[in-house]
Design a protein around this ligand. Structure first.
Ligand SMILES: Cc1cc2nc3c(=O)[nH]c(=O)nc-3n(C[C@H](O)[C@H](O)[C@H](O)COP(=O)(O)O)c2cc1C
Length: 203
């Protein structure tokens, strides 16, 4: 089959996100200029460069009650955010933190998580997550939207500090079979890493 992306796909549900999967989950924490803390998951997320380490996430749409998402607002105000790496073991807390709470309500508390201080940024990190990336904003790019109700923001951040819990380190490497990073598939589906295989490059 083939469908033009500006026409209906003819399937039960839009297959786009199921095709581009699995997607890692950037579990983003922020602190607003007036000190409010916030946490929300974003699966339009990835790492895009090594030198320096750079991450991106898509903060799209508006809250059901109207207004932009708190995450993009806070990053714009302060120029900082933290990517908390989400695992299978933290899936329920991650899901709870996606609730559209009013700006002054804190998803850390709502999800039963601990907000710990960072080293280099004022945004808090999820203490329970086995790894956290402290980030400074590089740029927010407003992408084209073909839905008048939706604003599409690509947030680009440089990683300036990295926390790793020793529990996921074995022989100086991240042990994926202990780490269990969670990833988003299409629809309401998820997966996590259980099996790993290696391949050498041809040159
Ligand atoms: C697994 C998962 C992935 C999500 N990915 C995205 C995403 O990539 N972009 C987005 O705008 N919202 C995404 N959402 C929805 C946001 O998490 C949700 O709108 C959240 O309430 C935004 O919170 P905020 O207003 O505190 O920033 C996702 C939700 C879940 C559960």
């Amino acid at each position: 089959m083939f469908y033009r992306a500006d026409e209906h796909h003819g399937m039960k549900h839009n297959p786009f996100k199921a095709l581009v999967s699995p997607r890692p989950i950037g579990w983003i924490s922020t602190r607003s200029a007036d000190g409010l803390i916030n946490l929300a998951p974003f699966s339009y997320f990835n790492a895009v460069t090594d030198f320096p380490p750079t991450v991106v996430f898509g903060c799209n749409g508006t809250k059901p009650a109207g207004g932009g998402k708190d995450t993009a607002d806070h990053v714009r105000e302060t120029g900082e955010f933290v990517v908390n790496m989400c695992t299978y073991e933290l899936k329920d807390q991650m899901n709870a933190s996606s609730a559209h709470l009013p700006r002054d309500q804190d998803e850390f508390a709502a999800a039963g998580l601990t907000a710990a201080d960072c080293e280099l940024v004022k945004a808090p990190r999820v203490k329970e997550a086995p790894a956290n990336l402290e980030c400074r904003l590089v740029q927010i790019v407003q992408l084209r939207s073909n839905n008048p109700k939706v604003t599409n923001n690509l947030v680009i951040g440089e990683v300036v500090g990295v926390h790793i819990d020793e529990s996921i380190v074995k022989d100086g490497m991240i042990d994926m079979t202990v780490y269990h990073p969670l990833a988003r598939l299409g629809y309401m589906d998820y997966t996590y890493v259980e099996k790993v295989f290696a391949m050498d490059r041809p040159d």
